[in-house]
Write a protein that binds this ligand. Structure first.
Ligand code: SF4
Ligand code: F3S
Length: 106
């Protein structure tokens, strides 16, 4: 399965949702997650993310392992998103900033 990782927080560009053939993205206030049981591993979303926040669970960068559980948990409670929307006005400022997990809104 594919996993949305930390750099999506406060960037949330949503380019990823447009290409997903099974619409398995779910949206929170400032982050998106992938439902692990619905993702078919097509890999289409990975190159679409301008923030490079999407990885296969087998190729997660070091320190991003906890996002496997975060995607599984929040995809059960957040609403589905299948259409791109405007990112936050300050998305570019946050792109690449370390330590964003503390800002994750649930
Ligand atoms: Fe959707 Fe494919 Fe990305 Fe899984 S890998 S979230 S199925 S686009
Ligand atoms: Fe997030 Fe990248 Fe999608 S920033 S919303 S994973 S395009």
């Amino acid at each position: 399965t594919f996993v949305v990782t930390e750099n999506c927080i406060k960037c949330k560009y949503t380019d990823c949702v447009e290409v997903c053939p099974v619409d398995c993205f779910y949206e929170g206030p400032n982050f998106l997650v992938i439902h692990p049981d619905e993702c078919i591993d097509c890999a289409l979303c990975e190159p679409e993310c301008p923030a490079e926040a999407i990885f296969s669970e087998d190729e997660l960068p070091e320190g991003q392992e906890e996002f496997i559980a975060i995607n599984a948990e929040l995809s059960e409670v957040w609403p589905n998103i299948a259409e791109k929307k405007d990112p936050p006005a300050d998305a570019e400022e946050w792109d690449g900033k370390p330590g964003k997990l503390q800002y994750l809104e649930r």
